[in-house]
Ligand binder design. Structure first.
Ligand code: FMN
Ligand code: SF4
Length: 512
């Protein structure tokens, strides 16, 4: 009887040699005349174990990792196809505490299934949300999403149901659903992992969105640096069309929804929703002034949903299990789960899906196991390059939009980048300004000029020139950028700079 072996095709696993491992397993099995079936799954998100090879056995999936091609012969010798003992054996994958202690709703299938098999998707509760939505009115679908408490996971945390209602209520003969898959934030990879590991989930979420608001065309604006996600999405879209989950008269419902992937232009600003729309229209990615909101006048001037990958991919389970089920997770006004991406100087980096309310300390130590270098963790940056730097004294803050706003920080897209006590926070503040200077679209003065001047002034602080004067100048510049920028790039760059000044002042003052 054939044994099923899972070898991830996720980009992180591939970068660590998963392709060679899959090939070595196939060759060794052929040499030994053993019948194996190799499924290329997504990742379970435990990056330090990648490539994580899983063998499907009657009592569950036994994992071996991190596997290299050179380990493969010894795995066969150790009878790994029966779960045999080996130094790389990590036991039942779903019993690994890092995985077991998660609350996987959006990522329920990622790593479990064959990402591009409709049958596997259907066998694991796929398309149940869409089938339910097809039997509901537009207003009821939107109410379900609103009642679930889902807020945008792209960064701004705007209530998804309210956005959808605005599009639904806008009169127009053509409306659009666009998915923001630009994922430009440093230290974030949840969108990529979802699209590579369970692309049907995003496709289903977008289809539900289209039916809810009366949009017949969808576009996924995909970061150009994501070739594996591109392939997975296109394969899944083709399969969805072939089985009539996309296109005309979806599953006999009379509803239509078409979907295409468009590659991004490779600039951070193209992730901002109005720039993304400009770029989708084939123009240079620059901010559009608001109002009008994209929900009223978006792509090609028509009412348009712009939602992040994780927001849209959270919709199928909300429709499948109901708003109350989803709403039950979380704290305060932050409902459901957050897909936390843990990276930087950390022992066990990866993807952790937990209900809102988990503290940074729990994430950093219980999941992450502390810094990779073994030195004390001094700072973390949460929410991408525009997020604040937080010191150890704030590690007990729960991951919750309002709690983070209360400490002048952002949850953003849920990326956490860790630094140990060798970090120089003055240089990190300079880096934030430099990032803004490089990525600025140039449309408004506070960001275009301010960020360049900010780098120069911070250089003077770092080299000890007239430090008090220049520190005051940095503070004033941050105030101008915060209050005068047209969009979040210039408007939020002060977050990392000011937080570094607030919590790590000594790093700015120690220089002579
Ligand atoms: C400079 C900048 C970059 C952004 N980059 C992204 C991005 O890569 N992906 C994303 O989903 N949202 C990004 N956003 C947020 C989007 O503008 C928008 O709020 C989001 O796509 C809306 O979807 P949501 O409501 O589902 O979060 C960015 C915002 C700014 C200001
Ligand atoms: S803040 Fe920066 S990125 Fe945003 S519109 Fe102004 S110049 Fe462009």
């Amino acid at each position: 009887m054939s044994v099923t072996i899972f070898v991830p095709r996720d980009a992180a696993a591939l970068s660590l040699g998963a392709e060679d491992v899959a090939r070595a397993i196939a060759e060794e099995a052929a040499t030994r005349r053993i019948d194996v079936s190799i499924v290329r799954n997504g990742t379970r998100g435990m990056v330090w174990l990648e490539p994580l090879v899983e063998v499907s056995l009657s009592h569950g999936r036994v994992g071996y990792g991190p596997v290299t091609a050179a380990d493969v012969r010894s795995l066969f010798d150790a009878d790994f196809l029966k779960g045999g003992k080996h130094a790389l054996n990590v036991g039942l994958v779903e019993e690994i505490p890092y995985f077991k202690k998660q609350e996987r709703l959006t990522f329920a299938r990622v790593g479990l299934t064959d990402p591009i098999s409709v049958d596997d998707y259907l066998a694991n509760h796929g398309y149940q949300g869409l089938m339910r939505a097809l039997s509901m009115s537009s207003a009821d679908i939107i109410k379900e999403v609103t009642d679930s408490g889902l807020r945008g996971r792209g960064g701004a945390a705007f209530p998804t149901g309210i956005k959808w209602k605005t599009v639904a209520d806008a009169p127009a003969s053509q409306k659009y659903v666009t998915c923001n898959a630009d994922e430009g934030d440093s230290g974030t990879f949840a969108d990529r992992m979802l699209m590579e590991g369970d692309p049907f989930c995003l496709i289903e979420g977008m289809t539900i969105a289209g039916i809810a608001v009366g949009a017949t065309q969808g576009y996924i604006y995909l970061r150009v640096e994501y070739p594996h996600a591109h392939r997975a999405l296109n394969a899944a879209i083709d399969a969805a069309y072939a089985q009539n989950y996309l296109g005309e008269n979806i599953r006999g419902s009379g509803k239509r929804f078409d979907l295409e992937v468009r590659l991004g232009a490779g600039a951070y600003i193209c992730g901002e929703e109005t720039s993304m729309l400009e770029s989708l229209e084939g123009k240079r990615g620059e901010i559009r002034p608001r109002p009008p909101l994209p929900a009223i006048k978006g792509l090609f001037g028509q009412p348009t949903i712009v939602n992040n990958v994780i927001s849209l991919s959270s919709v199928p389970i909300i429709l499948q299990k109901g708003a109350a089920f989803y709403q039950h997770y979380g704290v305060g006004r932050s409902r459901g789960t957050l897909t936390i991406q843990l990276g930087g100087n950390i022992k066990r980096g990866g993807l952790i899906e937990r209900a809102f309310g988990v503290t940074l300390r729990e994430v950093l130590y219980d999941y992450g196991g502390g810094s990779a270098t073994g030195r004390p963790i001094r700072a973390v940056q949460v929410g991408g390059p525009l997020g604040a730097y937080l010191p150890e004294s704030q590690f007990d803050t729960p991951l919750d939009y309002e709690a983070f706003a209360g400490i002048q920080a952002l949850v953003g897209h849920g990326g956490i980048v860790v630094f140990d006590d060798t970090v120089d926070m003055a240089r990190m503040a300079r880096y934030a300004m430099e990032f803004c200077a490089i990525e600025s679209c140039g449309k408004c003065t506070p960001c275009r000029i301010g960020s360049t001047r900010g780098v120069e002034v911070l250089d003077r602080v770092i080299s000890g020139q007239n430090r008090d004067f220049h520190l005051t100048l940095v503070e004033e510049l941050c105030d101008t950028m915060l209050n005068g920028s047209l969009c979040g790039l210039g408007g939020l760059t002060p977050y990392p700079v000011q937080s570094a000044l607030r919590h790590f002042r000594a790093d700015f003052e120690k220089r002579t």
